[in-house]
Design a protein around this ligand. Structure first.
Ligand SMILES: O=P(O)(O)O[C@H]1O[C@H](CO)[C@@H](O)[C@H]1O
Ligand SMILES: O=c1cc[nH]c(=O)[nH]1
Length: 241
């Protein structure tokens, strides 16, 4: 069995998939944290691995960047590979000086101007939500590891490079209270909703849209380990439920 975008066999994926945007972050996680990682798909270099963590099965697969991309990969995992839980583990730009580089954010909602949900199913809502149960498991995993989480609504955008004045900061920051910007969670949460599955989004602050501090590409690939450990511990706890 395969799809146009995934050449894994049915049964190659664990019930829980960690999903970074960056294929090399997926590779880093597989090589540094998973026991016996096996490459299960590499179509378009969107790397996907399955192994175990503390003896429990877990997969990690990249989503690529943006909602059309995660829309394809997450839909196929849920619909054709019987995946139940997808935890996005991404990078984000902070909208508030209260967030520092490397802080970890747990999304409690994802606001977007995107038409993804409207086009996918006619859903007009501008905010999509993660699974509360999955978020509770993430909170428990983070508490066990002693890793603090910042929680709130995040902004999921279609545009990384916007012209000056084009971003409606009044709406995004003051009306919707978004903590930070990323580009995939709105589509992921929507797909989980229409397919009756679970999704969550953990983010590491990679740059600040307030102070303009930023991490390097290599740090975004290899050093967001606190978020990775929380997601891996969550997969272990989900397997025990
Ligand atoms: O680091 P990832 O997970 O790719 O997430 C963020 O980084 C990319 C932009 O640089 C977008 O995909 C955005 O959502
Ligand atoms: O989408 C993103 C991701 C990281 N940093 C940003 O500013 N935006």
């Amino acid at each position: 069995m395969s799809t146009p975008h995934n050449n894994a066999e049915k049964g190659d994926f664990a019930k829980t998939v960690l999903m970074p945007g960056d294929p090399l972050r997926a590779k880093f996680i597989a090589e540094h944290f998973l026991e016996n990682p096996k490459l299960v798909s590499s179509v378009r270099n969107i790397l996907a691995y399955t192994g175990t963590y503390e003896g429990k099965p877990v997969s990690v697969m990249a989503s690529g960047m943006g909602m059309p991309s995660i829309g394809i990969y997450s839909y196929e995992l849920y619909k054709f590979y019987e995946v139940e839980n997808i935890i996005r583990i991404g990078s984000a730009g902070a909208y508030t000086a209260d967030l520092n580089l490397f802080d970890v954010v747990l999304a409690t909602g994802s606001y977007s101007e995107s038409t993804f949900a409207l086009c996918q199913s006619g859903d007009p809502d501008d905010t999509q939500y993660p699974s509360e149960k999955l978020n509770d498991t993430i909170r428990a995993a983070a508490a066990k590891l002693g890793i603090p989480l910042h929680e709130g609504t995040i902004h999921s955008g279609d545009v990384f490079y916007a012209e000056p004045g084009a971003v409606d900061e009044n709406k995004i920051i003051r009306e919707k209270h978004c903590l930070c910007a990323e580009m995939e969670s709105f589509a992921l949460f929507h797909n989980a909703k229409v397919l009756g599955k679970n999704a969550a989004c953990l983010l590491t602050i990679s740059d600040s849209l307030v102070t303009h501090a930023e991490t390097t590409a290599e740090e975004r690939q290899n050093s967001f380990t606190q978020m990775m450990k929380v997601a891996l511990e969550t997969a272990v706890q989900l397997d025990q439920e």
